[in-house]
Structures are given as structure tokens and as C-alpha cells.
Design a protein around this ligand. Structure first.
Ligand code: GAP
Length: 457
């Protein structure tokens, strides 16, 4: 993790936020290459799950919504963590996490506030900061960020920053059905920011207070339980395949089913896809069966009929929901961890990011062998042509080996060198990042070559 964090800073993938003011705990900013990488991942997600499917449609809903939504969704009453304070050093910790880290996950899941306090006392768990055994009783801490709408804070209504993008989808269900010619089974997808006042953020961008989600609410008929199960299993496999298509190593992924007492308040079945992080297995995305919980609640609280009417049979029912929920930032982190590699080229250590070409921030770099006008002219021309189609870089500084290393470190799959021979044979040398093998390709065929290599899979 330390190597990846250092590379992210050094190469402009991810910076600590507000750094010139001494930082701001657990917030991160994406630099030029990180922004490209994250955008490519989100585009690939959108392409896979929205554009390439007839049964999923997109949405971009507001972050600030009517506060009643959070009453209806259960987030005001149930979206909380058990918080304890060390009486000695005032450190604030999540009681369940303290138990999980000291005793194991099974000891922590589904425990009431009273049970958490008792376990911490009985097992004499120490404060992770000062080592003392002197905690307050556990109390419930709501994770939603509260703010105010309107100019005068005291009189204005409290509103919340959304803790999941999902609710924007549920409250637009009727609009989509009435206006977008979608018929069940169908899904609504959204990518957007979510906010949670996490008590224990950390592990780089793994858990932060501001993050981006990529979610689908997939609406199915409640009638046929067997086909719901089949659809759920189908989604399980599709989600895993998406990560494999991103180039994540198979052995570093696994499913984990939530125990009954670990389930979120809206779910009756959840499977996580987990990744083997440097700190152990951790959640990458969740697939939940939310039943008709959300639509029923919104119907109750809004007074609007949210039932679906089947256009063939005229039958009315409240749809059930299968929800694949991906974290965009967590996916970026996993992609970076998965890609980091070190090897040796000609006796020299090399750091190489083996990013899948379709999500690499820079697809190709064009170099003149040396800075001579006859070479830079050809190289610039090629660079400009490629720039029409790909994000490419041009570099004429330093020795060629050094330029290769720079591109290897940011995961550029191809480097193209124009040399004196190019002036005669109208070819350039194309070097493959992973194998370092080189081959001569006609200048006017390089674009097609790159297209095929980058987007073939
Ligand atoms: N709508 C369902 C939902 O929000 P979740 O398991 O709480 O479910 C889904 O979140 C995904 O969002 C997680 O698997 C993770 O990838 C990402 N996520 C959740 N909390 C996060 C946080 N504090 N920081 C970064 N990513 C987070």
C-alpha cells in the first residue's frame, strides 16, 4: 500500500487534499492521471451496464433531496454506527470495529449497543491510541452529513447529503416508468457522489467521507421467486466478470455472503465481492436484494402510488429490487494495487503499472529519438493524429530509456519512437509496456494498431 500511495503522489494519480493547509483528514484529490483513470473506469462501467444493455437506463439525480426521503428510507433511524470514546485520551472509535480488530468479525456483527459495551469491558479491549482500558458506553452515531438549506441557518430546514445514490433512483421510479418506455424487468443506473460521516475512515481511499458510487436498482416482478434468485445469481456473475474485464486477478476476488444479523436495514440477502487488499480481504462492491422495502416506504411517506402496472396483463404490483452497488474510488484503488509491479530491465529495477490498456490514463506516448527538427516534425504530426482519438503524450526530453520508465510508471501501454530510419521507411518503433518487445509499424497504420490493442478485449 505504501508503495502505491507514494507512486500516486509522485506521478499525479492521487494527492492528499488541502495539502498546502496541512491537509484535511482522509480526503483525497485526484491528480491529472488519477482523473483520467477514474473517468475511464466510470465510462467502462457506464458502457457495460447502461449503453450495452437494453434493460438499463441512466439517471443523474440531485445530491440534496427532500429530507423526508431519509425518514422513509430508514436512514435517519437506522443508518448509524456504535461509537465509543476513550475517557483518557478522548479518541473516538467504532465499538464494532474495535471488537472486529481484536477478536474477529464474527464477534462484532449484529451486536446491540449494550452487547458491544459488554464485550469491550469483559475482554478488556484497549484504546488503539493511548492503550488505556476506559471507554464510555457505546452510543448510536448517525452517519449522514447534515447541512442547512436557506440563508438563515437557525430557521432553515435541516437537509442531508445523500449517503447512497440509490434513493435518487427510487424516488424517480415513477418518472422513468411513465416517460421512458421501460418494462419490468429493467434497471436504473446512476454514478455520483455519496457522503458518510465515517468514524474510522482510512487505508488510503478505501474508506473516506466523500466518495463516488456506481449503482443500479434493478426492478423485478415479485411473483416468481425462482426467477428473482436466477436474476440475482446472474448479477453476481456479471459484477465479478466486470472486475475481471478490468484486469483484476481472479484469485484476489471472492464473494462473501452477509450473515443475517449483519444485513443493512433494507436487505434480506447481500453478497459482497471482496478484494485481497494489503490489509486483508475487504469489500469492493455489494449486491443486495432490497425486496420492495424502498418503494413501499416511499409510497407510504409521499402518499403517491408507486405500484407498477404490467402493460400486458394490467396486473398491479410493487416491484422488488436487486441492487448492484459499486464504489468508484474503491475500484480505482483496487485497479492501482492490482497493476503495481516491479521487474528488471537490462539489470535495472523498473516500476511498472500493468493497467488494462482500455483504462490506462495515457494510451500511447510519442517520442522523437533525439531532438532534431526532422524527427520532431514527424513525431509531432503522428502525435497530433493520435490525439484525435486517444489521450496521448509527446516527450522529447531526456534519454529514451528514461522516457520509457516515465511512461511505464503511469501504465502507458505503448511508446512510439520516430528515428532516422522513419524518414526513409515511414515506420516507427512501437514498444509494448509489458513485454518491452518492439516492432516497426507503418506510420499510417499505428492508429488502427492501437485501437485494436487497446479496445479489443
Ligand atoms: N446502496 C447500497 C450501498 O450504499 P454500501 O455497501 O454501503 O451499499 C456500496 O456501499 C459501495 O460503496 C461499497 O461496496 C464501497 O465500494 C462503496 N463505499 C461505501 N462506503 C464507502 C466509503 N466510506 N468510502 C469509499 N467507498 C465506500
Amino acid at each position: 500500500m505504501d508503495q502505491v500511495v507514494a507512486l500516486c503522489k509522485r506521478k499525479g494519480f492521487i494527492f492528499p487534499s488541502s495539502e498546502i493547509y496541512g491537509g484535511f483528514s482522509n480526503t483525497w484529490d485526484y491528480g491529472p492521471y488519477g482523473t483520467e483513470l477514474k473517468k475511464n473506469i466510470k465510462d467502462f462501467w457506464w458502457h457495460t451496464f447502461v449503453q450495452k444493455r437494453d434493460d438499463v437506463t441512466g439517471l443523474d439525480s440531485a445530491i440534496l433531496m427532500n429530507p423526508k426521503i431519509w425518514e422513509a428510507s430508514g436512514h435517519i433511524s437506522s443508518f448509524s454506527d456504535p461509537l465509543i470514546d476513550c475517557k483518557n485520551c478522548k479518541e473516538r472509535v467504532r465499538g464494532d470495529k474495535l471488537i472486529e480488530e481484536n477478536i474477529g468479525i464474527e464477534a462484532a456483527v449484529g451486536k446491540s449497543l449494550k452487547e458491544i459495551s459488554k464485550i469491550i469491558k469483559d475482554k478488556k479491549l484497549k484504546c488503539p491510541k493511548c492503550g488505556k482500558i476506559d471507554f464510555t458506553e457505546a452510543r448510536s452515531f448517525n452517519l449522514m452529513f447534515k447541512t442547512h438549506q436557506g440563508v438563515i441557518e437557525e430557521t432553515a430546514a435541516a437537509v442531508y447529503l445523500r449517503p447512497e445514490t440509490a434513493q435518487g433512483i427510487f424516488v424517480n421510479f415513477k418518472n422513468v416508468v411513465q416517460n421512458c418506455r421501460q418494462r419490468i424487468p429493467f434497471g436504473i443506473a446512476q454514478i455520483g457522489k455519496a457522503f458518510r460521516n465515517e468514524i474510522t475512515p482510512g487505508n488510503f481511499t478505501f474508506r473516506t467521507r466523500e466518495f463516488e458510487q456506481m449503482e443500479i436498482e434493478y426492478f423485478v416482478s415479485p411473483k416468481d421467486k425462482k426467477s428473482i434468485k436466477e436474476k440475482f445469481d446472474e448479477w453476481k456473475e456479471i459484477c465479478r466478470k466486470w472486475y475481471l474485464d478490468l484486469g483484476i486477478k481472479k484469485d484476489n476476488l471472492r464473494y462473501r455472503e452477509h450473515a443475517k444479523d449483519e444485513l443493512s436495514h433494507y436487505s434480506s440477502m447481500t453478497f459482497d465481492i471482496e478484494f485481497m487488499f494489503p490489509f486483508g480481504w475487504g469489500e469492493l462492491m455489494g449486491l443486495a436484494y432490497r425486496g420492495d422495502f424502498d418503494l413501499t416506504q416511499h409510497q407510504k411517506f409521499s402518499g403517491q402510488n408507486l405500484e407498477y402496472q404490467d402493460p400486458m396483463t394490467n396486473e398491479k404490483y410493487m416491484p422488488h429490487v436487486i441492487e448492484p452497488s459499486f464504489g468508484a474510488d474503491r475500484t480505482v484503488l483496487v485497479v492501482l494495487l492490482n497493476a503495481y509491479d516491479e521487474d528488471e530491465i537490462g539489470g535495472e529495477k523498473r516500476v511498472v503499472m500493468r493497467l488494462d490498456p482500455k483504462i490506462a490514463p495515457v494510451k500511447a506516448a510519442v517520442f522523437p529519438l533525439i531532438k532534431k527538427p526532422e524527427l520532431t516534425k514527424v513525431a509531432q504530426k503522428l502525435y497530433k493524429e493520435l490525439q484525435e482519438t486517444f489521450n496521448v503524450e509527446y516527450d522529447e526530453s531526456a534519454a529514451i530509456g528514461k522516457r520509457y520508465r516515465r511512461q511505464d510508471e503511469i501504465g502507458t501501454p505503448f511508446c512510439i519512437t520516430v528515428d532516422f530510419e522513419s524518414l526513409e521507411d515511414k515506420k516507427a518503433t512501437v514498444r509494448d509496456r509489458d513485454t518491452t518487445k518492439q516492432k516497426r509499424i507503418n506510420l499510417d497504420e499505428i492508429k488502427e494498431f492501437l485501437k485494436e490493442k487497446i479496445y479489443a478485449k
